[in-house]
Design a protein around this ligand. Structure first.
Ligand SMILES: Nc1ncnc2c1ncn2[C@@H]1O[C@H](COP(=O)(O)OP(=O)(O)O)[C@@H](O)[C@H]1O
Ligand SMILES: [Mg+2]
Length: 179
């Protein structure tokens, strides 16, 4: 998750390549009307976003049911959007990609083939509700090169696994005490 230019596509591709996970681009789940609106420089409103988010959530559900680990890019700027994506999908973890405003601006401007004009970046930065401590996942800086950022993301995922292992271990230990 993160605003335009944060590195979602770049880092998700690198993550999928290094892990063999399936990958999807959240942008590709937009109905044509949304793409047209963004191309003309108008920000999307929540009414535009719900059907898009539901399509991504359906994809997540299918991956979960198939038992596949996967990564999907999605700006997921508001907590309510993330709650929709997580609803009924206990395996979801978010990775918020952060970068300075100057870095974001330079990346977005350098990407001329994309339908997101630079002016929309400011609207996205105003809308962004950062990942909170009680949401699953964490935040990673995307300053630095792609391999560096990928290492940070893998570290974040590994920390999550360690937490699950520690909880599991505590459970086994407490069972021993009880028995
Ligand atoms: N860590 C990075 N270092 C250098 N360039 C990056 C990095 N992450 C992304 N980029 C570049 O910045 C631009 C925007 O990244 P992208 O992944 O398309 O962002 P998003 O999908 O979040 O909008 C792309 O040209 C991409 O190659
Ligand atoms: Mg992208």
């Amino acid at each position: 998750m993160g605003v335009s230019g944060a590195g979602k596509s770049e880092i998700a591709r690198a993550l999928a390549e290094s892990t063999g996970w399936t990958m999807a681009e959240g942008d590709e789940f937009h109905p044509a009307a949304n793409v047209e609106k963004m191309r003309s420089g108008q920000p999307l409103d929540d009414e535009d976003r719900w059907p898009w988010l539901h399509s991504i959530a359906d994809w997540i559900g299918k991956q979960e049911q198939a038992g596949l680990s996967s990564v999907v890019t999605c700006s997921a700027l508001k907590r309510s959007y993330r709650e929709l994506l997580r609803d009924g999908h206990p395996s979801v973890r978010f990775c918020q990609l952060d970068a300075s405003a100057a870095t974001l601006q330079a990346r977005v401007e350098g990407r001329r083939d994309h339908y997101m004009p630079g002016a929309l970046l400011h609207s996205q930065l105003r809308t962004l509700q950062s990942l909170e401590a009680d949401e699953p996942g964490g935040r990673v800086s995307t300053e630095g090169d792609v391999p560096q950022v990928l290492r940070r993301v893998l570290q974040l995922l590994a920390e999550g696994k360690a937490a699950i292992l520690v909880v599991g271990l505590l459970f086994v230990l407490s069972l021993n005490v009880i028995l």
